[in-house]
Design a protein around this ligand. Structure first.
Ligand SMILES: CC[C@H](O)CC(=O)C(=O)O
Ligand SMILES: [Mn+2]
Length: 336
């Protein structure tokens, strides 16, 4: 096994629990702490990627271009990454992000829709950016199907393709077999992005590493959607113990988690009963807050809403189903 490259996504996946209200001052404090702790890649974007600020996904308090530029100026060694979901963000925003200092783009699609990302990879390469593919909701499909999709991204110019456990629904065996299949089939790097809904984000990241993952994601104090992600400081400590520390200062990361990000957090993401239901039912982690709000509005247990969404195999972009399901449950037109 080799030491993986770590991407910290507190300032992007963490934007979901922050309800996209990060300020430039907060972003600079987090980016500076991560940079000083040796984290090589820091992702900064609205939680739903470039141009995610909207009625559907929640408006950002500060423009993401301003946040990207703010992070960029305080980093000495870390590179800034942005997330782009084709259909939400466009080539125009990607170019603006690059002008603001982003050097890496992570292009995210549902794990069956890699073909919609081709022009985005080609454009990113033209801009001279590193381009990483992000196959979301990867628990829903077999390793063989993921290989087909990852090959599309590789052919379009991806430097790496991630297996993304958006719902935190995988167990270590699931993470291992998906990463292994991609490693065997591709000539580029492979990454793994964990969510902690079933309490195994670190275990899954280690299983991915054993299967050959070159890149892993984390968030300080686990600040991410649903039950949060693999905590970066914990990942660093575990990797250090395995003699696979890629140059991270584990004390500085622990301090950043405790003193920089924790005071900003509206709550601690954890496998609460609703978040466990997300992992168990295999629902998008970002649906957590929306389902809780809909549950409150219509007097329905969010777990029932989430379970129904899991049965319907809802994916990102189908947030409007959350209200539909809650309303149908409230009217009694669905069994509870
Ligand atoms: C809505 C984008 C999403 O948060 C990307 C991601 O981190 C995931 O699918 O886990
Ligand atoms: Mn995520």
């Amino acid at each position: 096994m080799k030491a993986p490259r770590i991407t910290d996504t507190s300032l992007r996946d963490g934007s979901h629990p922050m309800r996209h209200q990060f300020s430039s001052t907060q972003v600079q404090a987090v980016a500076l702490a991560l940079d000083e702790a040796g984290v090589p890649v820091i992702e900064v974007t609205h939680g739903d990627g470039l141009a995610g600020s909207s009625l559907q996904y929640g408006f950002s308090a500060t423009s993401e271009m301003e946040l990207i530029a703010a992070a960029r100026v305080v980093c000495r060694q870390a590179r800034i990454a942005v997330l782009l979901i084709p259909g939400i963000g466009t080539l125009k925003e990607l170019e603006q992000a690059q002008e603001c200092g982003a050097q890496i783009v992570r292009i995210a699609t549902q794990c069956t829709e890699a073909d919609i990302s081709q022009e985005h990879f080609e454009f990113a390469k033209k801009l001279g950016m590193e381009a990483v593919g992000f196959l979301m909701m990867a628990h829903m499909r077999s390793p063989e199907l993921l290989v087909q999709q990852a090959r599309i991204m590789e052919a379009a110019g991806a430097d790496c393709v991630y297996v993304v456990d958006s719902a935190g629904a995988m167990l270590p065996k699931d993470a291992h077999e998906r990463v292994k299949a991609l490693k065997e089939a591709l000539g580029i790097e492979v990454g793994f992005h964990a969510h902690n809904n079933l309490g195994v984000a670190i275990g899954n990241s280690l299983a991915a590493l054993e299967a050959g993952a070159d890149q892993l994601d984390g968030c300080l104090r686990g600040l991410g959607a649903g039950a949060g992600n693999a905590p970066t400081e914990l990942l660093a400590a575990v990797l250090d113990k395995m003699s696979l520390n890629p140059g991270l200062n584990i004390y500085k990361l622990m301090d950043a988690a405790e003193y920089v990000i924790a005071p900003m957090m509206p709550y601690q993401p954890l496998p609460s009963r609703d978040a466990i239901t997300i992992g168990y039912a295999g629902v998008y982690s970002t649906f957590l807050l929306h389902a809780q709000r809909a549950g409150e509005r219509y007097g329905i247990d969010p777990r029932i809403i989430l379970t129904e969404l899991g049965r319907r195999q809802a994916v990102a972009g189908q947030e409007d189903w959350i209200l539909d399901v809650a309303l149908e449950l409230a009217r009694g037109s669905l069994p509870t």
